[in-house]
Design a protein around this ligand. Structure first.
Ligand SMILES: Cc1ncc(COP(=O)(O)O)c(C=O)c1O
Length: 443
């Protein structure tokens, strides 16, 4: 138990800590691949009065009063989502990417059915995981623990850093899945949807693409296009390459499947779907429509430039023979130079925020998620701060100094701070030039 604190002291302390955090991020390089910073317009919508309200049900058919303006905003969010993802239907109510995935499980499967997805050790997300792993260890992933799915794995080719189509099809023939989940948390290249989706459909399975990480790049037309490549539905988080509020969304072109998704969302999984977040999502989608292509292009250029410069400096960057990456992620094998846990901590001391990550071969080599062999780096947030390829070379030098030269991270942090002083504002939105990490005070 912590110390007992007086109410006013606790109240003040919360705001002091928020301010400390923002000051820290203001002098750091935020490079976690699953995070981004929103525009002030998105923040303003997020904290409006909508966020105090309930709007249970579907637009125009709510089971709560007071929703006439909320309904109009939710319609705008749905219309923008449909246009951006070239989809006939959009449900913007899931309150996160995990809830969007759970809605798909609820809509299309029964407990005990087989679902196939990538294992967490090869990029899959915990929401796709089973209750127990192959050796009987409890994993507690959402698909198994919450919906009782029997999770079997999509095959992965470690050398290609992508799905192995032939082996996956063989496994599908053996396990007869009801649902195939594409997408991943650790991902460098577009996945082979078409061939696998054709087989899935021939056995009556539903195909979902989890675009949590790629939502912004896909919306901008700069990654693969899952709904045209064979996915029936696409689930998303709305706060990664799509820099919106922490929320979720599902799109599809299939009328019947959409009815099942709607029912899974409400009354199935959601009572409150956070109308303030829906308003913020509508704003983020409008920003994506206007600035998304330019932003996505720069994210990818930056990821490639950073990967190349890190590789040239002697770091083991994955995917070198394939141009390193086609999205916002860069993966580095740090097993021989201190391991993922050490690298994450050393970089954090240098004010470079990244996370340690399992590499596909880590488990075989006796590593685990506490101290994996890799780090996963994202260029989405630093791109939003206005950085371009030239800055990626500077940043690669910071990584080299910490990871290879073992320089004191505190000294590197001073240079990181100097770089950040040149990049203080948010770009790719209607009102740019606002300070990214300024503490907003409404009181
Ligand atoms: C592939 C994938 N799916 C789902 C999620 C979960 O999204 P959320 O945090 O919005 O629930 C993540 C989170 O990073 C993810 O990487």
């Amino acid at each position: 138990m912590g110390e007992i604190v007086e109410a006013k002291e606790a109240y003040n302390k919360v705001f002091n800590l928020i301010e400390e955090h923002q000051k820290w991020f203001d002098s750091s390089l935020p490079m976690i691949a699953s995070e981004n910073v929103t525009s002030y317009a998105v923040r303003e919508a997020l904290i409006c009065d909508f966020e105090h309200r309930y709007a249970e049900g579907w637009v125009g058919e709510r089971v709560y009063a007071g929703c006439k303006f909320i309904d109009q905003v939710e319609m705008i969010a749905m219309e923008l989502a449909k246009e951006i993802y070239k989809a006939k239907h959009a449900d913007v109510r899931p309150i996160s990417g995990v809830v969007a995935n759970l809605a798909v499980y609820t809509a299309f499967t029964k407990p005990g059915d087989v679902m196939m997805a990538l294992p967490i050790t090869k990029g899959g997300h915990i929401s796709m995981g089973p209750l127990y792993g192959s050796k009987g260890t409890r994993i507690g992933g959402t698909a198994g623990a919450v919906h009782g799915l029997d999770v079997k794995y999509i095959a992965f080719n470690d050398d290609e850093m992508n799905i192995d189509v032939d082996k996956t099809i063989k496994r599908m023939e053996k396990y007869q899945p009801k649902l195939i989940m594409f997408g991943a948390s650790e991902i460098l290249f577009p996945q082979p949807i078409k061939e696998i989706a054709d087989v899935a459909h021939s056995m009556g399975a539903v195909v979902n693409y989890d675009a949590a990480h790629l939502a912004g790049l896909i919306g901008a037309g700069r990654f693969q296009d899952p709904l045209r490549e064979g996915a029936d539905t696409m689930t998303m988080s709305t706060h990664k390459t799509l820099p919106g509020p922490q929320h979720g969304m599902i799109v599809t072109n299939d009328d019947e499947k959409f009815e099942l998704i709607k029912e899974a969302c409400f009354p199935g999984l959601l009572s409150n779907h956070h109308p303030g977040a829906v308003a913020a999502l509508a704003v983020a989608l409008a920003e994506l429509k206007e600035f998304g292509k330019e932003y996505a292009d720069q994210i990818i250029k930056n990821a490639k430039a950073l990967a190349q410069a890190m590789y040239d400096s002697g770091l083991k960057v994955l995917g070198a023979d394939k141009g390193f990456t086609e999205c916002h992620q860069v993966l580095v094998d740090v097993a021989d130079i201190g391991g993922g846990l050490w690298a994450e901590k050393a970089l954090e001391e240098a004010n470079i925020i990244v996370n340690r990550n399992l590499l596909p071969w880590d488990i075989k080599r006796g590593r685990n998620f506490r101290d994996p062999g890799g780090i996963r780096i994202g260029t989405l947030e630093i791109t939003r701060l206005g950085m371009k390829e030239g800055e990626m070379e500077e940043i690669a030098r910071f990584y080299k100094r910490v990871l290879l030269d073992k320089e004191d991270p505190k000294i590197v942090a001073k240079d990181v701070k100097k770089l950040r002083e040149r990049f203080r504002h948010i770009h790719y939105c209607f009102e740019s030039m606002k300070e990214a990490y300024k503490h907003l005070i409404l009181r």
